[in-house]
Design a protein around this ligand. Structure first.
Ligand SMILES: NC(=O)c1ccc[n+]([C@@H]2O[C@H](COP(=O)([O-])OP(=O)(O)OC[C@H]3O[C@@H](n4cnc5c(N)ncnc54)[C@H](OP(=O)(O)O)[C@@H]3O)[C@@H](O)[C@H]2O)c1
Length: 241
Protein backbone atom coordinates (compact mmCIF):
# COMPACT_ATOMS: atom_id res chain seq x y z
CA UNK A 1 0.00 0.00 0.00
CA UNK A 2 1.60 3.33 -1.06
CA UNK A 3 2.08 5.98 1.60
CA UNK A 4 -0.51 8.45 0.28
CA UNK A 5 -3.19 5.86 -0.45
CA UNK A 6 -6.69 6.54 0.88
CA UNK A 7 -8.63 3.54 2.12
CA UNK A 8 -12.34 3.02 2.79
CA UNK A 9 -13.04 0.74 5.78
CA UNK A 10 -16.27 -1.26 5.32
CA UNK A 11 -17.46 -3.20 8.39
CA UNK A 12 -19.78 -6.18 7.91
CA UNK A 13 -18.34 -6.79 4.43
CA UNK A 14 -19.00 -10.55 4.30
CA UNK A 15 -22.61 -10.34 3.10
CA UNK A 16 -25.51 -8.13 2.03
CA UNK A 17 -24.96 -4.37 1.68
CA UNK A 18 -21.34 -4.51 2.94
CA UNK A 19 -20.41 -7.17 0.39
CA UNK A 20 -22.00 -5.11 -2.40
CA UNK A 21 -20.12 -2.01 -1.21
CA UNK A 22 -16.82 -3.91 -1.27
CA UNK A 23 -17.50 -5.19 -4.82
CA UNK A 24 -18.36 -1.75 -6.12
CA UNK A 25 -15.48 0.11 -4.45
CA UNK A 26 -13.13 -2.53 -5.86
CA UNK A 27 -14.62 -2.25 -9.35
CA UNK A 28 -14.13 1.54 -9.11
CA UNK A 29 -10.42 1.28 -8.18
CA UNK A 30 -10.94 2.49 -4.61
CA UNK A 31 -8.83 0.78 -1.93
CA UNK A 32 -10.79 -1.01 0.77
CA UNK A 33 -10.30 -2.56 4.16
CA UNK A 34 -13.16 -5.11 4.27
CA UNK A 35 -13.84 -6.60 7.70
CA UNK A 36 -16.34 -8.98 9.34
CA UNK A 37 -16.24 -11.94 11.72
CA UNK A 38 -16.35 -14.59 8.97
CA UNK A 39 -12.88 -14.45 7.40
CA UNK A 40 -13.59 -17.41 5.06
CA UNK A 41 -16.41 -15.49 3.38
CA UNK A 42 -14.17 -12.43 3.06
CA UNK A 43 -11.37 -14.47 1.47
CA UNK A 44 -13.85 -16.00 -0.98
CA UNK A 45 -15.07 -12.49 -1.89
CA UNK A 46 -11.46 -11.37 -2.37
CA UNK A 47 -10.74 -14.24 -4.80
CA UNK A 48 -13.95 -13.57 -6.72
CA UNK A 49 -13.16 -9.87 -7.08
CA UNK A 50 -9.54 -10.46 -8.12
CA UNK A 51 -10.73 -12.90 -10.81
CA UNK A 52 -13.57 -10.66 -12.02
CA UNK A 53 -11.66 -7.34 -12.09
CA UNK A 54 -8.03 -8.31 -12.87
CA UNK A 55 -7.08 -4.74 -13.82
CA UNK A 56 -8.51 -3.03 -10.72
CA UNK A 57 -6.07 -0.64 -9.04
CA UNK A 58 -7.88 -1.10 -5.75
CA UNK A 59 -5.82 -2.45 -2.88
CA UNK A 60 -8.25 -4.81 -1.13
CA UNK A 61 -7.39 -5.98 2.37
CA UNK A 62 -9.73 -8.46 4.04
CA UNK A 63 -9.46 -9.07 7.77
CA UNK A 64 -11.37 -10.59 10.65
CA UNK A 65 -12.78 -7.98 13.00
CA UNK A 66 -15.67 -8.31 15.39
CA UNK A 67 -16.78 -4.70 16.00
CA UNK A 68 -17.83 -5.54 19.55
CA UNK A 69 -14.27 -6.60 20.42
CA UNK A 70 -11.93 -3.68 21.16
CA UNK A 71 -8.80 -5.80 21.09
CA UNK A 72 -9.68 -7.13 17.59
CA UNK A 73 -10.13 -3.54 16.41
CA UNK A 74 -6.80 -2.52 17.97
CA UNK A 75 -5.00 -5.51 16.49
CA UNK A 76 -6.34 -4.67 13.01
CA UNK A 77 -4.57 -1.32 13.12
CA UNK A 78 -1.52 -2.53 15.05
CA UNK A 79 -0.82 -5.35 12.59
CA UNK A 80 -2.61 -4.93 9.26
CA UNK A 81 -3.35 -1.33 8.23
CA UNK A 82 -1.92 1.97 9.40
CA UNK A 83 -4.92 3.85 10.82
CA UNK A 84 -3.75 7.05 9.07
CA UNK A 85 -4.61 5.43 5.71
CA UNK A 86 -8.35 5.32 6.52
CA UNK A 87 -10.10 8.29 4.91
CA UNK A 88 -13.62 6.91 5.13
CA UNK A 89 -15.32 4.49 7.54
CA UNK A 90 -18.59 2.81 6.61
CA UNK A 91 -20.31 1.54 9.74
CA UNK A 92 -22.39 -1.19 8.16
CA UNK A 93 -22.08 -4.24 10.46
CA UNK A 94 -25.46 -4.88 12.02
CA UNK A 95 -27.87 -7.46 13.39
CA UNK A 96 -31.49 -7.65 14.51
CA UNK A 97 -33.93 -10.20 15.92
CA UNK A 98 -37.48 -9.39 14.68
CA UNK A 99 -39.09 -10.09 18.05
CA UNK A 100 -41.40 -8.31 20.45
CA UNK A 101 -39.46 -6.60 23.25
CA UNK A 102 -41.11 -8.92 25.77
CA UNK A 103 -39.75 -11.92 23.86
CA UNK A 104 -36.17 -10.66 23.49
CA UNK A 105 -33.68 -12.41 25.77
CA UNK A 106 -31.14 -10.26 27.62
CA UNK A 107 -28.44 -11.89 25.48
CA UNK A 108 -30.23 -10.67 22.35
CA UNK A 109 -30.57 -7.18 23.81
CA UNK A 110 -26.86 -7.10 24.61
CA UNK A 111 -25.68 -8.38 21.26
CA UNK A 112 -27.88 -6.03 19.19
CA UNK A 113 -26.86 -2.95 21.22
CA UNK A 114 -23.21 -4.08 21.35
CA UNK A 115 -23.00 -4.62 17.59
CA UNK A 116 -25.11 -1.80 16.14
CA UNK A 117 -24.49 0.96 18.69
CA UNK A 118 -21.36 0.27 20.75
CA UNK A 119 -19.51 -1.42 17.85
CA UNK A 120 -20.06 1.66 15.67
CA UNK A 121 -18.87 3.94 18.46
CA UNK A 122 -15.74 1.77 18.89
CA UNK A 123 -14.87 1.95 15.18
CA UNK A 124 -15.46 5.70 15.10
CA UNK A 125 -13.33 6.24 18.23
CA UNK A 126 -10.52 4.23 16.62
CA UNK A 127 -10.19 6.37 13.49
CA UNK A 128 -11.38 9.78 14.74
CA UNK A 129 -8.03 11.09 16.11
CA UNK A 130 -6.38 10.38 12.75
CA UNK A 131 -9.19 12.06 10.75
CA UNK A 132 -9.02 15.09 13.04
CA UNK A 133 -5.24 15.36 12.65
CA UNK A 134 -5.58 15.11 8.83
CA UNK A 135 -8.43 17.64 8.87
CA UNK A 136 -10.50 15.52 6.48
CA UNK A 137 -12.60 12.40 6.31
CA UNK A 138 -16.01 10.83 6.04
CA UNK A 139 -17.99 8.50 8.28
CA UNK A 140 -20.96 6.85 6.57
CA UNK A 141 -23.41 5.04 8.83
CA UNK A 142 -25.99 2.53 7.66
CA UNK A 143 -28.96 3.27 9.91
CA UNK A 144 -32.51 2.20 9.01
CA UNK A 145 -36.04 3.48 8.38
CA UNK A 146 -36.76 2.44 11.97
CA UNK A 147 -35.26 5.88 12.78
CA UNK A 148 -38.14 7.46 10.82
CA UNK A 149 -41.22 5.51 11.90
CA UNK A 150 -42.36 2.82 14.28
CA UNK A 151 -41.94 -0.82 13.22
CA UNK A 152 -43.18 -3.59 15.51
CA UNK A 153 -40.82 -6.44 16.44
CA UNK A 154 -37.87 -4.05 16.20
CA UNK A 155 -37.66 -2.47 19.67
CA UNK A 156 -34.04 -3.27 20.51
CA UNK A 157 -32.92 -2.69 16.91
CA UNK A 158 -34.69 0.70 16.97
CA UNK A 159 -32.99 1.60 20.25
CA UNK A 160 -29.60 0.73 18.72
CA UNK A 161 -30.13 2.71 15.50
CA UNK A 162 -31.79 5.76 17.13
CA UNK A 163 -29.11 5.74 19.83
CA UNK A 164 -26.45 5.75 17.13
CA UNK A 165 -28.27 8.52 15.27
CA UNK A 166 -28.28 10.67 18.43
CA UNK A 167 -24.56 10.05 18.92
CA UNK A 168 -23.88 10.96 15.27
CA UNK A 169 -25.90 14.18 15.53
CA UNK A 170 -23.55 15.36 18.29
CA UNK A 171 -20.43 14.05 16.53
CA UNK A 172 -21.37 15.87 13.30
CA UNK A 173 -21.43 19.23 15.07
CA UNK A 174 -18.19 18.48 16.96
CA UNK A 175 -16.18 17.63 13.84
CA UNK A 176 -17.53 20.10 11.27
CA UNK A 177 -14.58 22.41 11.94
CA UNK A 178 -12.27 19.45 11.24
CA UNK A 179 -13.75 19.02 7.74
CA UNK A 180 -15.14 15.58 8.63
CA UNK A 181 -18.43 14.60 7.02
CA UNK A 182 -20.95 12.50 8.93
CA UNK A 183 -23.38 10.90 6.49
CA UNK A 184 -26.34 8.76 7.49
CA UNK A 185 -27.82 6.26 5.03
CA UNK A 186 -31.35 5.23 6.00
CA UNK A 187 -32.51 2.22 3.97
CA UNK A 188 -35.86 0.51 4.02
CA UNK A 189 -36.29 -3.22 3.38
CA UNK A 190 -33.38 -4.63 1.39
CA UNK A 191 -32.98 -8.23 0.23
CA UNK A 192 -30.20 -9.57 2.47
CA UNK A 193 -29.64 -12.35 4.97
CA UNK A 194 -30.66 -10.09 7.85
CA UNK A 195 -34.21 -11.27 6.97
CA UNK A 196 -35.49 -14.79 7.66
CA UNK A 197 -35.93 -17.08 4.68
CA UNK A 198 -39.72 -16.93 5.25
CA UNK A 199 -39.72 -13.13 4.93
CA UNK A 200 -37.44 -13.31 1.87
CA UNK A 201 -39.73 -15.86 0.22
CA UNK A 202 -42.77 -13.68 0.87
CA UNK A 203 -41.42 -10.20 0.22
CA UNK A 204 -38.14 -10.24 -1.72
CA UNK A 205 -39.87 -8.85 -4.84
CA UNK A 206 -40.83 -5.77 -2.79
CA UNK A 207 -37.35 -5.29 -1.32
CA UNK A 208 -34.51 -3.15 -2.64
CA UNK A 209 -31.35 -4.94 -3.80
CA UNK A 210 -28.05 -4.52 -1.90
CA UNK A 211 -26.20 -3.71 -5.15
CA UNK A 212 -28.59 -0.78 -5.75
CA UNK A 213 -28.03 0.59 -2.22
CA UNK A 214 -24.25 0.18 -2.63
CA UNK A 215 -24.24 1.95 -6.00
CA UNK A 216 -25.89 5.03 -4.51
CA UNK A 217 -23.31 5.12 -1.67
CA UNK A 218 -20.30 4.56 -3.94
CA UNK A 219 -21.55 7.22 -6.43
CA UNK A 220 -22.02 9.61 -3.52
CA UNK A 221 -18.51 8.88 -2.21
CA UNK A 222 -16.97 9.41 -5.65
CA UNK A 223 -18.82 12.67 -6.37
CA UNK A 224 -18.37 14.67 -3.19
CA UNK A 225 -19.14 18.34 -3.54
CA UNK A 226 -18.82 21.23 -1.15
CA UNK A 227 -22.32 20.87 0.35
CA UNK A 228 -22.66 17.72 2.46
CA UNK A 229 -25.67 15.49 1.90
CA UNK A 230 -26.03 14.48 5.55
CA UNK A 231 -28.91 12.02 5.20
CA UNK A 232 -29.83 9.64 2.38
CA UNK A 233 -33.22 7.94 2.82
CA UNK A 234 -33.83 4.98 0.50
CA UNK A 235 -37.17 3.18 0.27
CA UNK A 236 -38.57 0.53 -2.07
CA UNK A 237 -40.81 2.15 -4.71
CA UNK A 238 -43.78 0.24 -3.26
CA UNK A 239 -43.09 1.64 0.24
CA UNK A 240 -42.23 -0.06 3.53
CA UNK A 241 -43.18 -3.69 4.17
N1 LIG B 1 -31.52 -5.47 4.91
C1 LIG B 1 -32.34 -4.50 5.31
O1 LIG B 1 -33.56 -4.52 5.07
C2 LIG B 1 -31.76 -3.32 6.04
C3 LIG B 1 -32.55 -2.16 6.16
C4 LIG B 1 -32.04 -1.07 6.85
C5 LIG B 1 -30.78 -1.13 7.39
N2 LIG B 1 -30.03 -2.25 7.27
C6 LIG B 1 -28.70 -2.26 7.87
O2 LIG B 1 -27.75 -2.59 6.89
C7 LIG B 1 -26.58 -3.10 7.52
C8 LIG B 1 -26.11 -4.33 6.77
O3 LIG B 1 -27.06 -5.37 6.95
P1 LIG B 1 -27.51 -6.34 5.77
O4 LIG B 1 -28.93 -6.09 5.54
O5 LIG B 1 -26.55 -6.27 4.64
O6 LIG B 1 -27.43 -7.73 6.54
P2 LIG B 1 -26.46 -8.99 6.43
O7 LIG B 1 -26.41 -9.51 5.04
O8 LIG B 1 -26.88 -9.89 7.52
O9 LIG B 1 -25.04 -8.36 6.76
C9 LIG B 1 -24.65 -7.99 8.06
C10 LIG B 1 -23.13 -7.92 8.11
O10 LIG B 1 -22.75 -7.52 9.43
C11 LIG B 1 -21.69 -8.38 9.85
N3 LIG B 1 -21.68 -8.45 11.31
C12 LIG B 1 -22.67 -8.83 12.17
N4 LIG B 1 -22.25 -8.77 13.43
C13 LIG B 1 -20.95 -8.32 13.40
C14 LIG B 1 -19.96 -8.07 14.37
N5 LIG B 1 -20.19 -8.23 15.68
N6 LIG B 1 -18.76 -7.60 13.96
C15 LIG B 1 -18.50 -7.43 12.67
N7 LIG B 1 -19.38 -7.67 11.68
C16 LIG B 1 -20.59 -8.12 12.05
C17 LIG B 1 -21.97 -9.72 9.19
O11 LIG B 1 -20.77 -10.45 8.98
P3 LIG B 1 -20.18 -11.61 9.92
O12 LIG B 1 -21.34 -12.47 10.34
O13 LIG B 1 -19.19 -12.29 9.01
O14 LIG B 1 -19.52 -10.89 11.02
C18 LIG B 1 -22.47 -9.26 7.82
O15 LIG B 1 -21.37 -9.04 6.95
C19 LIG B 1 -26.98 -3.36 8.98
O16 LIG B 1 -26.47 -2.32 9.79
C20 LIG B 1 -28.50 -3.29 8.95
O17 LIG B 1 -29.03 -2.89 10.19
C21 LIG B 1 -30.50 -3.35 6.60
Amino acid sequence: MVASEKVVWVTGASSGIGKSLTKQFYANNISILATARNIEKLKELESQLKAKFPTSNSNLIVAKCNVTNLSEIDSLFDNIVDVSKISCLINNAGITSFKKINDNSIDEVNSIIQTNLIGSIYTIKKILPSLISKNEGMIINILSVVTKKVFLNSGIYTASKLGLMGFLNVLREEVRRNNIRIVNVIPGATETSIWSSDMLNKYSDRMMKPDDIAKIIVDYFMNQSSPVIEEIVLRPIGGDL
